[in-house]
Design a protein around this ligand. Structure first.
Ligand code: SF4
Length: 287
């Protein structure tokens, strides 16, 4: 019998350039069929307290930080969302990962004001989830009315001079240029002129699928979130948003006390490595 112990590959954080803050793990106002989050109780009050965010932000090296991302489930449902946004803008530009159900004309105007109030030049960037350029196809995946609301939110945002990014899950493994072209045409129909920076296309993840990881993989050079970010949640610090409820992804209690090493051992890791492009960040989109 072999005594060999198979060790999970280790990835090191090189620089903390991006911080994800999970505003809530369970609260969402949509029920997308394929969501990677394991919803147990959508009504649970699991919002991360603003005080916890404040304390953790004060532990960071501001100079290194490029972006703070607000994620969820649905981050805009946090009751202190506006205060948290203003707080984060004191540290860096802020990316809001949202289904956009809470964005209308009035909210977009307000958010423009919030961005202008901060005199550090930090921006608010929107990543709007939308999965298909045809209403019926999108709504079959994300719920009735979700397409119209996402389009309406984008129209409101561009009216107030924001430049939203569409976060698109590529359900059918469609050729990316074809997918972008179809979305480009959709956007042109409401006078939103897009370029490649406006599209973030990610594969559909399956938490039961394990892909083989090549032994020649140079983990430090991969474009994966755990090499340049950490995720702050109500329960501590995690390697990335995909693992924010998985104990294998936990790497510390706060931003003063977390590990720079991470072990790549989940089914999400194997798919993320095969993709080799950030799942959440637009770092590879050229601004
Ligand atoms: S899912 Fe990807 S980013 Fe997250 S820990 Fe695994 S390899 Fe790293």
């Amino acid at each position: 019998m072999s005594n060999t112990i198979l060790k999970a590959p280790c990835v090191r954080l090189s620089k903390l350039e991006e911080l994800y803050i999970e505003m809530t793990a369970q609260n969402c106002n949509l029920s997308c069929k394929y969501c990677y989050i394991d919803f147990k109780d959508k009504k649970v009050k699991d919002y991360i307290p603003i005080e916890k965010i404040k304390q953790n932000l004060s532990m960071l090296n501001k100079e290194q930080l490029n972006y703070i991302h607000l994620t969820g489930a649905e981050p805009m449902l946090h009751p202190d969302f506006n205060h948290i946004l203003r707080l984060c803008l004191k540290y860096s530009s802020v990316v809001i990962h949202t289904n956009a159900l809470n964005i209308n004309d009035k909210k977009a105007r307000f958010l423009r004001k919030v961005e202008e109030e901060n005199n550090l030049g930090n921006e608010i960037i929107f990543m709007i989830s939308i999965d298909h350029y045809i209403e019926k196809e999108n709504d079959a995946l994300r719920g009735r009315g979700s397409f119209r609301k996402a389009v309406h939110a984008m129209q409101s945002l561009i009216k107030y001079d924001f430049n939203p990014i569409m976060a698109i899950v590529n359900h059918n493994n469609t050729d990316e240029s074809e997918l972008k072209e179809n979305f480009r045409q959709l956007c042109s129909s409401f006078d939103f002129e897009t370029s490649d920076i406006n599209f973030k296309i990610v594969p559909l993840l399956d938490k039961n699928l394990i892909r083989e990881i090549s032994p020649d993989t140079d983990f430090e050079r991969l474009n994966i979130e755990c090499t340049n970010s950490r995720t702050l949640t109500i329960n501590g610090v995690f390697l990335c948003p995909l693992l924010s409820t998985d104990n294998r992804g936990k790497c510390g209690s706060d931003m003063n006390d977390y590990s720079k090493k991470g072990y790549i051992e989940t089914s999400f890791c194997s798919q993320c490595i095969a993709h080799n492009n950030y799942m959440f960040s637009f770092k590879n989109n050229q601004f």
